[in-house]
Ligand binder design. Structure first.
Ligand SMILES: [Zn+2]
Length: 130
């Protein structure tokens, strides 16, 4: 059986074994696939190889994931700060109510006639001396 291969479309990539230095060739598509997958492959002398370096797409994906993570952290912080802000507004309202109550009490006492106190004071004084 004869298989026809269109060799003009078969692009090859040269690579060198990092263990023995043997220069070899593999189809560029397969080499690209190995770079993306980081899977182990072997030189003709049996030395295992793999591409540890991240591809540009992996680097961009990693940066994107880092940005997503930072964004999630910032959203969480914003929610926490908004909750604290609401609590502060609530406390401010409570403090305002307390101050208004204190002012009302002061005003009430300030408007109370002092005569009754004075009269009873004077009565006590005069009853002791009479
Ligand atoms: Zn080798």
């Amino acid at each position: 059986m004869k298989i026809d291969i269109d060799k003009s479309s078969l692009e090859m990539t040269e690579w060198t074994c990092c263990a023995c230095g043997c220069v070899q060739w593999m189809p560029t598509d397969h080499n690209d696939s190995l770079r993306r997958s980081h899977k182990t492959f072997y030189c003709v002398n049996g030395h295992s190889q793999h591409y540890p370096k991240k591809t540009p797409i992996e680097e961009v994906e990693e940066k994107l994931m880092n940005e997503y993570s930072k964004n999630a952290q910032l959203e969480s912080r914003i929610k926490k700060l908004e909750k604290e802000r609401t609590q502060i507004v609530d406390l401010t309202t409570v403090l305002k109510d307390i101050k208004e109550s204190q002012n009302a009490i002061r005003s009430f006492h300030a408007n109370q006639p002092q005569k009754s106190k004075s009269k009873s004071f004077l009565k006590r004084i005069f009853s002791n001396h009479s």
